[in-house]
Design a protein around this ligand. Structure first.
Ligand code: PEP
Ligand code: MN
Length: 337
């Protein structure tokens, strides 16, 4: 159930509602919105009696939640969520550009790529120090030395770092270096990792599992939020289908549908969807056209020598061209509003 407060409700009114919910042995999570606050009730096994809340001061209405997810739902928050990362905001307009290699390979590689993507307009640097690889014999990432390289990138270029935590064991270490902790597609239904990410103290970028329905993806985000972390960014990265011309099939309709169902920002990763460089720029532009809040793009200074995902990585000049086109599209969209 959601207790929607009147827009003139006082902080004391909200507190009273929270107390009432807690006195019933349930959890209450206030969700402040642009116009009003809603209080989410968590932990109830069956339906609750709305009349218990409707009579309370400052309560506009108590509404049963029709969806299995609560905190991620549009019903719980008026208007889109904006996730703050340092001076940047992701969601609610704007276009977050996250760029960098698939894997951190060396300091020289990262500094070269970072310098170039920063100049092209990226504000976030991506790169895995821990890589979830299909083969146990493939490059698994540099580990903590890789995180230290990412910290150097932040220090030198002021780029915010997005990097993946592949398991529970490494999460706290990753959160110690990252500005945004990425949970990868393969871990989207790793519920203990999601719960821990909810307590890691950093915004979480949650990729869609490669065969996850939208409801499963939103429930995964609910796991993170229900542990007290409101800062979740969803990332569509393609799903597995019968198509074999691309690595995955980019599901751009998911961006639209998720935005109808949830207030959370949604970004798109066309690199892992396509698996091939020639499709990345057109798909990125299509993502903007459907209203994505940002892009995550793999970029490499020497893709042919990359230790992972070279085939889908843009060259430095290609990312520059993409960033330029993205700016033009965003300006045109603003002018036509
Ligand atoms: C990545 O972004 O490096 C990655 C492994 O992506 P995904 O989890 O979407 O496969
Ligand atoms: Mn990759």
């Amino acid at each position: 159930m959601l207790i929607v407060m009147d827009k003139n409700a006082s902080a004391a009114d909200v507190k009273n509602v929270v107390k009432k919910i807690e006195s019933m042995g349930l959890r209450a999570v206030p969700m402040p919105g642009a116009q009003r606050t809603a209080v989410c009730v968590l932990g109830n096994k069956g339906p609750l009696d709305a009349s218990l809340f409707n009579v309370m001061r400052g309560v506009k209405e108590a509404i049963p939640v029709s969806k299995p997810y609560k905190m991620v739902s549009r019903e719980s928050k008026d208007g889109p969520s904006r996730v703050r990362v340092g001076k940047e905001l992701i969601g609610g307009g704007g276009m977050a550009m996250i760029a960098g290699p698939c894997a951190v390979e060396s300091e020289e590689q990262c500094l070269k790529i970072a310098q170039s993507v920063k100049k092209s307009g990226a504000r976030f640097f991506r790169g895995g120090a821990y890589k979830p690889r299909t083969s146990p014999y493939a490059f698994q990432g540099l580990g903590e030395p890789g995180l230290k390289i990412l910290a150097k990138v932040r220090e030198r270029f002021g780029l915010y770092i997005v990097t993946e935590a592949i398991d529970h064991e490494i999460l706290a270490t990753v959160a110690g270096y990252a500005d945004v902790v990425q949970i990868g597609a393969r871990n989207m239904q790793n519920y203990s990792l999601l719960r821990a990410a909810g307590k890691c103290g950093r915004p979480v970028l949650l990729k869609r599992g490669m065969s996850a329905t939208i409801e499963e993806w939103l429930m995964a985000a609910e796991y993170v939020m229900s542990e007290g972390n409101p800062d979740v960014i969803l990332c569509e990265r393609g799903v597995r289908t019968f198509a074999d011309h691309s690595r995955n099939t980019l599901d751009l309709s998911a961006v639209l549908v998720v935005k109808q169902l949830s207030h959370l920002p949604v970004i798109v990763d066309p690199s892992h969807a396509a698996g091939r460089r020639d499709l990345v720029i057109p798909l990125a532009k299509a993502a903007i056209a459907v209203g994505a809040d940002g892009l995550m793009i793999e970029v490499h200074n020497q893709p042919e020598k990359a230790l992972s995902d070279g085939a889908q990585s843009l060259r430095l000049h290609e990312f520059k061209e993409l960033a330029c086109q993205v700016r033009r599209m965003s300006q045109a969209a603003k002018q036509s509003k």
